[in-house]
Design a protein around this ligand. Sequence first.
Ligand code: ZN
Length: 372
Amino acid sequence: MRTHLTLGRLLGVPIGINWGVIGVAVLLFWSLAFVSLPNVAPSHPTSAYWFAGAIGVVAFLVSLVVHELGHSYVAQRNDVRVVEITLWLFGGVAKLEGDADDPGAEWRIAAAGPLASGLVAAVAFAAARGVDAVGGNRVLYGLLVWLVAINVVLAVSNLLPAFPLDGGRMLRAVLWRRRGHKTPATRLASMIGQLLAAGLVGAGVYAWLRVSWWTGLWTVALGAFLFFAARMEWSAAQPRPELLDESIAVIARPLPPALGPASTVAELERTLEASPWAPFVPLVDASGDVSAVLPRESIARIPPAQRSVVPVRSLSMPLVGLPRVRPGETVAEVADRLGRGSHWWAVVVDGGELTSVLVAEDVETVFDLATT
Ligand SMILES: [Zn+2]
């Protein structure tokens, strides 16, 4: 069975709803129509409370969507694709394709959700003031005040610095900027997240025993959920030193299609454009063997106007003079031999044949995952 139902699209993002939301909706309807509204606005017909309760449930779901659309809008503006928005038991989730690649964007994406909820609260507040000023319907007034409260709760609870909540993501962005690395920032933010979640479970148990079993139970469930979410992020952010013993074959980049001796620099330019990962294009000699490469940075030596006539031969670097690695070497061995951090690349040669290319940047990525 599918876990959720797709409702439609907003800002190009599919909006889905998890079956668990039905439980929350029934609960909210009950508390609004039978408890809150009759308290705030007594002596109205039952049908008025029921109608307002149903509107309230819809307004709650819309509030969740607006919160997630806040994240989605800013994510898209920062070139992070939003896969979908799903509403479920504890609120909404905007599923992003990967993370932002700089801490500033991460901070803005995280902050946008609570900000959107704050705006909804402000609009509902203004509407409630308006209804009150003209002596309008008390049930409507009660509903609007409830909507203000629920959006303030949404904004404030999401601002808790408990990763992966929005506030925790903002905290991670700040730590990330300070330390320059995302992984240690994730580790610290998700550790703080686990501590806060454990505190929430403790507070829930206390509330369960002393205040109201319902509030307590809900808080314990939320705390437990947050704890496991933070724990998962924490485990995923642990250093993995064993990666340094992996063979470089797993990070070597494939070769772009080779060019022949008669090709021009313009063809080289096009080939490199179609293969943005490649630092060079292999050059096949008259006998059909690859004995040289055409480095990306060498194109700059030929003025653009001459590129369609100059043959690529003039840019070739013989294979024998280049730094080379064997596919079986480990990342640690290669880093020892060729050095770290500089912008080198090396040809991967297997039994005399050029098979792929190793780029320093990829070696650095492995070191980041392994040691930070
Ligand atoms: Zn959020």
